[in-house]
Design a protein around this ligand. Structure first.
Ligand code: COI
Length: 354
C-alpha cells in the first residue's frame, strides 16, 4: 500500500482555472493545475510527486521518443450531485494499462499506486471537474521508457504520469467513417490490443487521407484479408442489424474497450440480442443496402457513444437513418451518461467516488 503521505505535493502558486471558459470546452487542449509523476528505478516505483502541470525534462535518447515504448489510458470523471468526483471504471483502466505494459515490456503498476495517485490528484484539482452538460474531466495516465540508451533492449527506467483535462465532446456531430481496406492498424501477434502510442501514431496518415475526403475517421479491417471489420481509430464499433446489437469479437488486433464492455453488459441486462462475432465488410454493406443495418455507433471513453451517420466504402457512401430515430444507440447513450453522472442507478457498481 502506498500511503497518501508518501506522495509529495507541490501546489501551484495561483490556479489557472479562472482563464477557462467552462461553457466552451474543447477536447484535449486545457490541462488542470497539477500532474502526478512516479519514477521506476532499480526495479521499483518511487519518488511519487504531484507538481504544477508543465513541461518535463527527458533525455533526448529516451527509447519512448525513438522506439515508441509508451502506453496510455483514458478515463473520465464527472461531477456528482454533491460535488464529488465520479470516476467511471478506473479499476478496468488500471488492469488494461498493465496488459498494455506487459506487451510493451514495461513494469507492472500496482493497483494502490494507480488508484491513490489518481484520487490524490483529483482531490487537488476537484474544482476543474466541469458541471456543464456534455463535459467531463478526462484523465490520461501514461507510462514511457525513461532510459538514456539509444540501443534496442528492455528498458530499466520508466516514468508513470497522470494529467487531467476538462473536456467537451470529442465528436461534436454524428460521425462519418470510411472502411479502410489498404492500410492496416494491427496484425495478429502485434500490439493492436495494447493501448500503445505507436498504434495511434501509425494510424494518423491513413486517417488523414480519409479526413481530406470529408470523413472523420476510419473503420479498420483485419490486416490479412481486409474482409472483416475491426475497430475505428478512437473507438470500438457496433451495429444494429436486424434488431440485434452486433460488434466485432475481441481478438489481439482489437482494443478491449471499457465503453464497449459497458454497452454489451447493459444491452444484455435489458434482454437485447447481442452478438460478438466476426462481421464481414460484405455483410455490413449488404445490410446497409437492404436497410437491415439501422444503426451504427462508436464506443469509447473520449468518444462516448458516437452515432455514425455515414459509412464510406470504395467509391460509395452509405447513409444511416437519422440519429433521432435510433432507439438502441440513444437508449445506451442516455443510460450510460446517467450512470456516469450519478443520476441513474449503477447496477454494475462501475462508478468510484473520489
Ligand atoms: C479514449 O477514448 O480515451 C482514447 O484513448 C481515444 C483517443 C483520444 C486516442
Amino acid at each position: 500500500m502506498i500511503a497518501t503521505q508518501t506522495i509529495s505535493i507541490s501546489r501551484v502558486k495561483e490556479s489557472r482555472i479562472r482563464e477557462v471558459d467552462f461553457a466552451n470546452i474543447p477536447f484535449g487542449r486545457i490541462y488542470t493545475d497539477h500532474m502526478f509523476i512516479a519514477d521506476y528505478r532499480n526495479g521499483e516505483w518511487r519518488n511519487f510527486r504531484i507538481i504544477p502541470y508543465g513541461y518535463i525534462p527527458i533525455s533526448p535518447a529516451t527509447p519512448a521518443l525513438h522506439y515508441g515504448q509508451a502506453i496510455f489510458e483514458g478515463m473520465k470523471a464527472y461531477r456528482g450531485p454533491e460535488g464529488e468526483a465520479l470516476v467511471f471504471r478506473p479499476h478496468d483502466n488500471w488492469m488494461r494499462m498493465n496488459i498494455s505494459g506487459e506487451r510493451m515490456c514495461m513494469p507492472h503498476i500496482p493497483e494502490e499506486l494507480f488508484m491513490e495517485s489518481l484520487a490524490t490528484l483529483i482531490d487537488l484539482d476537484r474544482a476543474w471537474i466541469p458541471s456543464t452538460p456534455g463535459a467531463s474531466l478526462y484523465i490520461r495516465p501514461f507510462m514511457f521508457s525513461a532510459d538514456e540508451y539509444i540501443g534496442i533492449k528492455a528498458s530499466t527506467d520508466f516514468t508513470f504520469m497522470i494529467i487531467l483535462c476538462p473536456v467537451g465532446a470529442y465528436y461534436s456531430t454524428p460521425v462519418k467513417v470510411r472502411i479502410e481496406t489498404r492500410y492496416t492498424r494491427a496484425i495478429e501477434g502485434g500490439t493492436g490490443y495494447a493501448k500503445a502510442g505507436g498504434n495511434y501514431g501509425g494510424a494518423i496518415y491513413p486517417a488523414k487521407l480519409a479526413q481530406d475526403k470529408g470523413y472523420h475517421q476510419l473503420i479498420w479491417t483485419d490486416g490479412k484479408t481486409h474482409e472483416y471489420i475491426e475497430e475505428s481509430g478512437t473507438m470500438n464499433v457496433a451495429f444494429i442489424m436486424n434488431d440485434t446489437l452486433v460488434t466485432p469479437a475481441l481478438t489481439d488486433t482489437i482494443l478491449a474497450g471499457i465503453t464497449r464492455d459497458s454497452v454489451i453488459k447493459l444491452a444484455k441486462s435489458w434482454g437485447w440480442k447481442v452478438e460478438e462475432r466476426k462481421i464481414s465488410v460484405r455483410e455490413l454493406i449488404e445490410g446497409l443496402e437492404r436497410g437491415t443495418v439501422t444503426e451504427a455507433f462508436g464506443m469509447g471513453t473520449a468518444a462516448t457513444i458516437a452515432p455514425i451517420e455515414l459509412i464510406g466504402y470504395g467509391e460509395k457512401d452509405y447513409k444511416l437513418p437519422p440519429v433521432s430515430e435510433r432507439k438502441y444507440g440513444n437508449r445506451i447513450l442516455e443510460e450510460l451518461d446517467g450512470i456516469k453522472r450519478g443520476i441513474k442507478p449503477d447496477p454494475f457498481n462501475w462508478v468510484v467516488r473520489m
